[in-house]
Design a protein around this ligand. Structure first.
Ligand code: CA
Ligand code: CA
Ligand code: CA
Length: 237
């Protein structure tokens, strides 16, 4: 397990079953978010965010609810917090499933589903500079991650064309975004989902962006079942 990257100028396509390593570097585009996927994701130890940062906050849903005060959840068809589909480590042991932990169930109706987490910059004093959310269970073709900037414009997207995370935890992954200009919201959605979507480990940091590994450290790296995609998208104006 480690940090790996595929750099691409276009919107990024990723499959948790894939193994992608490219050494191409893309210069940062002003005002755009960097987005990526980290998998596998067994605990916050796998997070690319700076988890030791004073500005880092993590929602594990283990209390049975979304408790982060500066985060507002909106969904397309409703949600609940339920046992059994948690990020692996939340039940206290890395054992291949999160059966005794909890996650956010995002309801799917008529094959559509969606959850948006909005960040309150007044409460936080600023918008997060990095944010992420873990996908633990879904079947969606496609599954889309969308990032919004401080003006609520789309600043980044990832489209996973065929997302299937039915394995208890080995296929869990983290969608993440990084933007020094601020992130006002992130969302996960699908217009062709077969089951309810399960999300966990909503997280953000108001201080740090996410460091992108140097391309020279990526080429030729060996990945054991892991893939991270990193990319940028120009802000829509
Ligand atoms: Ca959990
Ligand atoms: Ca476990
Ligand atoms: Ca899974």
């Amino acid at each position: 397990m480690g940090t790996y990257a595929t750099l691409s100028r276009a919107s990024l396509l990723a499959s948790s079953m894939s193994l992608l390593v490219l050494g191409m570097s893309v210069a940062p585009a002003t005002g755009a978010a960097t987005t990526g996927i980290t998998t596998p994701y067994f605990s916050s130890a796998n997070s690319p965010l700076v988890t030791a940062s004073p500005g880092y906050q993590l929602e594990t849903f283990e209390s049975g609810a979304l408790t982060l005060p500066a985060v507002t959840l909106t969904t397309l068809h409703g949600s609940s917090v339920d046992l059994h589909s948690s990020v692996d480590g939340d039940d206290g042991v890395l054992d291949g499933d999160g059966f005794n932990g909890k996650s956010l169930t995002v309801f799917t109706q008529a094959n559509t589903t969606g959850a948006t987490f909005s960040f309150n910059n007044i409460m936080l004093g600023t918008y997060p500079k990095s944010a992420g959310v873990a996908v633990t269970v879904d079947i969606a073709n496609p599954l889309i991650f969308t990032v919004f900037d401080s003006s609520n414009n789309v600043s980044g997207t990832i489209t996973v064309p065929n997302s299937n995370t039915l394995d208890p935890s080995n296929d869990d992954f983290l969608f993440w975004a990084s933007d020094p200009a601020g992130i006002s919201a992130i969302s996960v959605s699908s217009n062709n989902a077969a089951i309810h979507l399960h999300l966990d480990h909503l997280q953000f940091d108001t201080i740090n962006t996410i460091s992108i590994p140097e391309p020279g450290t990526l080429a030729g790296a060996t990945i054991a079942g892991g893939v991270v995609c990193i990319g940028r998208r120009r802000r829509r104006v």
